[in-house]
Design a binder for this molecule. Sequence first.
Ligand code: AKB
Length: 313
Amino acid sequence: MAQTKILITGANGQIGRVLTEELRKIYGTESILATDITKLPITVEPFEFLDILNAQRLKEIVHDHNVTQIYHLAAILSANGEWNPIKTWNINLNGLLSILEIAREREMDKIFFPSTIAVFGNTTPRINTPQDVPLLPTTVYGMSKCTGELWCNYYHQRYGVDVRSLRYPGIIGWQSLPAGGTTDYAVEIFHAALKSGHYECFLAENTRLPMMYMNDAIKATIDLMNASKESIAIRSSYNLAAMSFTPAEIASEIRKHIPNFTITYKPDFRQGIASSWSESIDDSKARQDWNWKPSYDLASMTADMLLHLKETI
Ligand code: AKB
């Protein structure tokens, strides 16, 4: 069996940065090839520039580095996607198709594809959203991820590609910043609380959304990828949950640590996106199939975020 060599696309993104570091701890730095369209000053080698729309370059990199697994994180998120729908569709869907094709051609070991709660829409039950529900997303990001889930399922059924996927909720971490999502407020609020003691939120105070601490998101990803093939019953994408809260609730939790913290609300177009998503998610299939269980709730996440951010800001 070939030695494990993992390629990560979008390695400089919010999740990519943390996942790259964690996978390097497990497999060794040399076994994890980070790729992205831009390079950060802090980027650790091995690294290759990669525009995910350049399928030929992707092939060369996979070939040159003998890549056996791909974590395909490169994507444009929900809010940014609405500024340029066609570009978002191209990057999010055509990028995935290149990855699935190369996995099929080279009979690669495993592929990871992040999906999202953005696949849900106004026709989806919003409370405790079950695994199998009508998907009628309202954003191009949600459409591309929903279609991506179908392609993953297709490549698994038709060609036996071992592709695994999670529907991430909003991810909150101190290590990196999100860019262009609707759930970004839940990271921005911590930075603002520590820097100025005030945050103006772009969502309304009672907008409840599913969220997850970065540590849990990384653990879920690695657990899913390490689970036995036989245990993975869902090849589109697994529902995944940890906690749900509103801007008012997270503000009140932050106030337990920073009593003078204040928040005001000025909802913009992202409110419409958030209102079309679920409030809470039923992730019992993930719990049943590969023993998923989150460790962080709102209180423990808030305490840990502030502890780490105080050191870094
Ligand atoms: C976004 O807000 O677009 C993302 C997501 C929920 O997928 N964080």
